[in-house]
Write a protein that binds this ligand. Sequence first.
Ligand code: PAF
Length: 282
Amino acid sequence: MKTETTIQGLSASLSPARTARKMIGFVPTMGNLHEGHLNLVREARKLCDTVVVSIFVNPIQFGPNEDFDSYPRTLEQDQRLLAEAGCDIVFAPTVEQMYGNKPRLTNISVGGITNDLCGLQRPGHFDGVAVVVTKLFNIVQPNFAFFGQKDYQQLAVIRQFVRDLNIPLEVIGVPIARATDGLALSSRNGYLSAENRAIAPAIYQSLKVAEQQLLAGTVLSEVLQNIKSALTDAGFVVDYVEARTTELQNIEQFDADMVLFIAAKLGATRLIDNLQVKYPAS
Ligand code: PAF
């Protein structure tokens, strides 16, 4: 496995694969890798001849009071894990390599679906994601790109601008990887104290209880309120508990497949999770 830190170096490393028209799979990450990321790499390995993983903590997707500076940077450990998971090339550029030293005057802003859920809590976040992911797509020029469904809204935003801008690749969503106690894997889980780590699985438990309540006929508004109460009682500060259609449209009652979304803080750590609930008649 090679590691490249420059766009030129990456292009040179990918040149034989491009010339031989090999399928290139791409997994964009911010590093501090866990099983969730490695699942994406394994999926890429199954479908593609050459697997590229980027590790880049993207400054423009963090708000002023967010954790850009403290975000864990663990390149050597990540390289070991990636080699084991079957990655061919790691792309680990600096901020200067990605953004240069002249001001960036172009933005990519997806409307509609970003004015909701995490988009309301984190203004500018999805623009930052859209810009960096587009730049990475242009640099790597993959055939397939792999993203986790834990960031369901992010995945929807990426699918949208790929479609809107005719970016020639296929986006693949990969199911959420969970710890054995149900907690969705996230690099931010590492911020949790031992006490909060023990409480954190309540998010997934509350989603599973909600699914049972919906299937048993409890009205949606009551189900959402039950999740909020359960999380508040467990010690969370709830940012939002919401239901949307799988296309992120509003849904008032359980009459179609839907996704339940939670964002909640434990101490200073903000956790997100979601669960797709299938409408029985569909
Ligand atoms: O999901 C992430 O880790 C990041 O938002 C991404 C897609 C790598 C863009 O920086």
